[in-house]
Ligand binder design. Structure first.
Ligand SMILES: *Cc1c(COP(=O)(O)O)cnc(C)c1O
Length: 363
């Protein structure tokens, strides 16, 4: 299903029209984006959060710019090991099975005191970061994994319990602190959160700190990208000599390189409202349904507000509402910002429609 195509200045963004719907990944865009992000971050280590998009071609494009990969399951770990044997890997996530907890990884992100109990009982060597959920206000986040009661990480009492368990032995080594508290914060808010996490880690005498991912992207204003320069220089200012700072972004790295390209099957007016039904839908691109946004798209000819829906028999199969665009059957539509949490979070088998094509464009 995967082919590599030369760029074509056509409306299907590099996908042959007969293969639509299709995902088109612009590897040149990803390379350029990664180069800028890497340059902005100086000495800060970057692990790519594989769950955002594990496509091997994307991983290969971004690998030269990252220090490692962050995985959240045994499946992702096996996938990274297959494509990048020997690359540094951090494994995290709540509810680890024994196979996950005892995996041989560069860093294990511990989510609970019972994980420490299990490691010690099994006599397994591990280099761990303790995941903390600090009770700090997280305003403006699109998702909050911390700042209150959530199943992610531990409160400071849980961290203290882990440190007490680890005393007097060398097999399980506490290397530092991990914090992934929120997603959707801009650079200045991220820096405030980072300063709080750093204070906390220093209070415990820890010098390795993973500040997580969650850098904001805007589906409403695609041009408003995360300010990596401000974040990078801010972290450089916060970092003290001897400290290792690491981040693990996902969405903000790969979201922009992917497009979901499809064509209009039907246009109809129902009770006064105009609908365009496209081939495919949210079973290929679940992002707008799960996040409750309108997926951005390229507007060719402007027109009457049109709600763009997919082929599923559910009112939730909406890709974008009341878009001012002129559409007729056969027109090609390109949804942008479909490179992260898009295909890989979608319910592909619902209604048994065909899968999309996958195309990789380099310029
Ligand atoms: C999902 C996740 C990330 C990546 O988050 P993005 O919003 O994609 O940047 C990083 N760390 C952890 C622990 C995660 O669960």
């Amino acid at each position: 299903m995967t082919t590599s195509l030369a760029p074509e200045p056509q409306s299907s963004a590099g996908a042959p029209p007969e293969s639509l719907p299709a995902y088109v990944y612009d590897l040149t865009e990803l390379d350029g984006h990664m180069r800028r992000v890497r340059a902005a971050l100086g000495d800060v280590e970057v692990y790519y959060a594989v769950k955002a998009n594990p496509d091997p071609r994307l991983l290969r494009t971004l690998a030269p710019y990252v220090d490692g990969f962050e995985v959240a399951s045994g499946g992702e770990l096996a996938h990274v090991r297959e494509h990048f044997p020997g690359a540094p890997v951090a494994l995290g996530g709540p509810g680890k099975t024994d196979a996950e907890l005892f995996a041989d990884v560069t860093r294990l992100h511990v989510e609970s005191p019972s994980e420490i109990h299990r490691l010690l009982a099994a006599g397994r060597a591990a280099d761990v970061l303790l995941r903390v959920n600090l009770d700090i206000p997280i305003e403006g986040a699109s998702l909050a994994m911390g700042g209150g009661a959530t199943p992610f990480g531990m409160d400071p009492a849980g961290i203290a319990e882990c440190l007490a368990l680890l005393e007097g032995q060398e097999t399980v080594r506490a290397r530092g602190i991990h914090a992934h508290l929120a997603s959707g914060l801009d650079a200045s808010r991220m820096l405030e959160v980072a300063a709080t996490v750093l204070d906390y880690a220093r209070g415990l005498g820890m010098s390795e700190i993973n500040l997580g991912g969650g850098m904001a992207v805007s589906y409403a204003e695609p041009d408003r990208t995360f300010d990596w320069e401000t974040y990078g220089s801010g972290l450089a200012g916060l970092r003290r000599p001897g400290e290792v700072l690491r981040i693990e972004p996902g969405r903000s790295l790969t979201v922009y390189c992917g497009r979901y390209v499809t064509r209009v099957i039907d246009v109809k007016r129902v009770h006064g409202e105009l609908f365009a039904v496209v081939a495919g839908g949210t079973h290929h691109l679940r992002t707008p349904a799960t996040k409750g946004h309108d997926q951005p798209l390229i507007i060719g000819e402007p027109g009457e507000p049109t709600t763009i829906v997919g082929q599923l028999c559910t009112p939730k199969d909406v890709l974008a509402r009341r878009v001012p665009i002129s559409l007729k059957p056969g027109d090609v539509l390109e949804f942008t910002m479909a490179g992260a949490y898009a295909w890989n979070i979608s319910h592909h088998d619902f209604l048994m429609h065909p899968k999309p094509g996958f195309h990789y464009v380099t310029r």
